[in-house]
Design a protein around this ligand. Structure first.
Ligand code: GLS
Length: 818
């Protein structure tokens, strides 16, 4: 019998089946006989919520009544993934569910597949937010996730006949969505536009239009904590009224704007990742959720109080700014405190300063958001005044700390000049208590490069929290076979809430029998993935080949082009007979990635990968030796299937560009070996799993910098390595475009003349390490031993540990009641 850390619910499978029947009848209006799997899914979701509701209520009650500071995680993205299995696990109802569904005469897989995955995020940043709220609840820390319930999430990706990406709208709410509770009674007004006037010596903002922010609440059940937190996603609704003030001034267009524009605000997630999008609507979205959330927090923590003592606010809740997207919250809290509650500037500043912390998720200086002051002034005139005043105070303060006027100039939150710009990262750094990067290397580079001036002056604010991922979703749910084996090896399943316990597997890596069991789990996962890929994509993946995956957003810095050039080179070698049949290690390369719709180079790379796949997979000469697959619409569901089945994971970004990565952690925890550069969290993964258990290649950050300084000439690398020359030439000569030499011309020209991310410079090293990889793979027991050591030594990369770091170093709070 397995020991369950999550208390098993006393509900029996038969009782749970009855509960589902009841929901079918009273909520869905169907009998079990009439029901479809989708009905059973909705009924199960409704039943499971009822199991959680008491803990939800008591968590909220204890949070407001107690003295434990809460966390408000402000994030424009929460990439939650499907909810059902996670909710069942945390409610202790997983086993009952399987039996109950069978009793009702349904196929469990059909029921699970009925859930539509919400895509309210782009990639790592959004998924991190989802892992963090899971860990907060699992640790029993009172917390809110605050964000936006976009009507359209990240686009659905399809490929056309030519292999090009086509974006389709993802209207996820067209499907029944049983998890979110729309709470019209707790809506908030969010204002925009207009002007600021002086009345009785006081600044008064006269907005031109307003939007009603309606909360949609999602339960966030903790694992084995008995706690259920809230993810509150705001949805924009129009007020059913004219804005009389604007109307009276004959500003008719402004007066009807709410009806026209209001619901647009939460309509669409910007499909950008790691790049800023200077769009007015985006700023409207950012202000929308942050303003509603701040008012909401005051409502929650000072219920019914007309004149709350908000000097206590920082002891009730602190806000984490997930990247620069919510940074407008800093001037908003100042405005609320001064204009709505009558605090003086200094008191308001002291409260605000203690209420915010900022996480930076990038290393590319150009990816830090900058808004034009003019735009802010039009949309949020009072906030622009406040930002200007913060800037004045900041510049004056800097004057007391440094004589370096050029430095002060560089650090200005609001730039000088004709078209002043507002640097949101600078505002966040000055306006909050702490700034953190998301991996050790990233935090170091933030201090040394990206925010160097700030770390000189405000060094104490800077800290690091290396990212983490939740083992519940990414091991227990995604990889039940491995979970069972880990539990068998450790003799307990407590590792699910204490991932450092995985270290207990280290001695088992010496036990050949255990290693063989581990290898068998991987093999079974590969077969399962092959079946899944057949069912979902009609791919014929041979589970007896090495599964080599690269899944992440399509970005030049991540270097999918390095991977595809290497595949082309391997293809050429097999075809030309350069490698003998005996020397070929059969490999299946799997890509998964969406490109931002406007990112031309990324989209062309997708097309190239698809066409390489078409040529390679249809060539009888390489059949059984090399295959390339690109399942479209990469999402969390696909990740949960592919990661457990992967032998070799690609983390090959140019050193110094990937802030952290979290996919790398999921792969290591699921027993894949990594081929990677010294970038982001790869550095720490390698340190922990051991250099001998990680395939390192490529330039370091210092080498990259030195090469930029020297003057990088990609063509010289092309001339020097015949493998590279051949691969690039094949792209150029139409091999993968039915003879059309023009199609990939922009890619080829960029590689040979610019290649900012130095794909060509790292190519030889990348090819050379393939030999090492293949040699090891030919010794299955040794490969599996090393892969097992990756699992055993990756416990550090749990989001529970990351949350512990935040609690200790940044939020200074803990579980309820402590
Ligand atoms: C990102 C980084 O690019 C990733 O390296 C990082 O793991 C993630 C979470 O910290 O944040 N920044 C970003 O804008 N999108 C990301 O995924």
């Amino acid at each position: 019998m397995t020991e369950h850390t999550a208390p098993m619910s006393p509900t029996t499978p038969g009782e749970f089946a009855d509960e589902i029947r009841k929901e079918l009848k009273y909520t869905q209006g169907v009998t079990a006989e009439q029901a479809t799997p989708a009905d059973v899914y909705v009924a199960t979701a409704t039943a499971v919520r009822k199991h959680l509701v008491d803990s939800w209520a008591s968590t909220q009650h204890d949070m407001v009544a107690g003295s434990t500071k809460a966390v408000g995680y402000f994030s424009a993205e929460f990439l939650m993934g499907k909810q059902l299995l996670n909710a069942l696990l945390n409610a202790g109802l997983s086993d009952q569910f399987y039996d109950a569904v069978k009793e009702l005469g349904f196929d469990v897989q059909d029921v699970i597949d009925s859930e539509y995955e919400p895509g309210l995020g782009n990639g790592g940043l959004g998924r991190l937010a989802a892992c963090y709220i899971d860990s907060l609840a699992s640790k029993g820390v009172p917390a809110f996730g605050y964000g936006i319930q976009y009507r359209y999430g990240i686009f659905k990706q399809e490929f056309d006949e030519q292999g090009a990406q086509v974006e389709r709208p993802d209207y996820w709410l067209a499907n029944e969505e049983p998890w979110g509770h729309i709470d019209y009674n707790r809506s908030q007004r969010v204002n925009y536009g207009g002007s600021v006037v002086e009345e009785n010596g006081k600044k008064v903002w006269k907005p031109a239009w307003s939007v009603r922010a309606v909360p949609v609440d999602y339960m966030v059940p903790g694992y084995a904590s008995g706690r259920v937190n809230t993810l509150r996603l705001w949805s924009a609704k129009s007020y059913d009224e004219f804005d009389l003030l604007a109307f009276n001034k004959s500003e008719y267009v402004d007066a009807v704007k709410p009806q026209v524009a209001a619901e647009n605000i939460s309509k669409i997630l910007y499909p950008e990742d790691s790049t800023p999008q200077g769009k007015a609507l985006r700023l409207e979205q950012q202000y929308f959720f942050v303003a509603a959330s701040i008012q909401d927090a005051i409502r929650v923590f000072y219920p019914g109080e007309e004149n709350p003592d908000l000097t206590t606010f920082p002891s009730k809740i602190c806000f984490q700014l997930n990247d620069t997207h919510p940074v407008i919250g800093i001037p908003e809290l100042m405005r609320v405190l001064i204009d709505e509650y009558g605090y003086d500037w200094d008191t308001a500043w002291s409260i605000t300063n203690k209420s915010f912390n900022y996480t930076c998720h990038t290393l590319l200086p150009e990816a830090l958001e900058v808004w034009s002051a003019k735009l802010i002034g039009e949309l949020l005139p009072r906030h622009l005044e406040i930002i200007n005043k913060i800037n004045e105070q900041f510049v004056a303060e800097l004057g007391t700390k440094t004589n370096d006027s050029a430095k002060i100039d560089r650090m200005r939150i609001v730039t000088d000049g004709e078209d002043p710009q507002v640097h949101m990262a600078y505002l966040a750094t000055y306006g909050g208590l702490h700034v953190n990067g998301v991996a050790a290397l990233h935090s170091q580079l933030l201090k040394d490069v990206t925010l160097r001036d700030f770390s000189d002056v405000y060094g104490d604010k800077f800290t690091n929290v290396t990212n983490g991922v939740t083992p519940r979703r990414f091991i227990r749910i995604a990889n039940p076979r491995l979970s069972a084996l880990i539990t068998e090896g450790l003799g307990t399943d407590r590792w699910l809430s204490d991932l450092d316990m995985l270290e207990g597997l280290v001695p088992l890596a010496k036990d050949d029998e255990f290693v063989k069991k581990f290898a068998a789990v991987k093999q079974a996962n590969k077969v399962a993935f092959s079946n899944y890929a057949k069912r979902e994509y009609d791919f014929d993946i041979d589970p007896n080949t090495m599964v080599n995956s690269m899944i992440k957003r399509l970005h030049e810095y991540k270097r999918q082009s390095l991977k595809i050039l290497s595949v082309i080179s391997q293809y050429a070698d097999i075809k030309s007979g350069k490698v003998s049949a005996d020397d070929i290690l059969p490999r299946t390369v799997v890509f998964g990635a969406k490109a931002a719709p406007g990112y031309k180079m990324a989209k062309l790379t997708i097309q190239l990968i698809n066409n390489v796949a078409r040529v390679v997979n249809n060539d009888p000469d390489v059949k059984g030796k090399l295959a390339v697959y690109y399942p479209w619409n990469y999402n969390i569901r696909l990740a949960q299937h592919l990661i457990p089945a992967t032998d070799l994971d690609e983390q090959i970004s140019q050193a110094g560009k990937e802030a952290s990565g979290t996919g790398n952690m999921k792969f290591a925890l699921n027993g894949a070996m990594t081929v990677g550069t010294l970038d982001g969290a790869n550095v720490e993964i390698r340190e922990r799993v051991g250099a001998e258990n990680f395939f390192l290649f490529g330039m370091t950050v210092d080498e990259v910098e030195a090469l930029y300084a020297k003057g990088y000439e990609p063509k010289s690398y092309y001339e020097a390595d015949p493998r590279l020359k051949q691969a690039v030439d094949m792209v150029a000569d139409g091999t993968f475009s039915e003879g059309d030499k023009g199609l990939y011309e922009p890619l080829v020209t960029d590689w040979l003349n610019k290649d900012y991310f130095m794909t060509l410079a790292d190519f030889s090293a990348y090819m050379d390490i393939q030999g090492e990889i293949e040699t090891l793979y030919r010794e299955p027991l040794e490969w599996s031993r090393k892969a097992l050591l990756n699992v055993a030594n990756s416990g550090f990369f749990s989001s529970d540990r990351a949350i512990d770091d935040y609690l200790r170093d940044i939020w200074e709070t803990g579980p309820l009641g402590e």
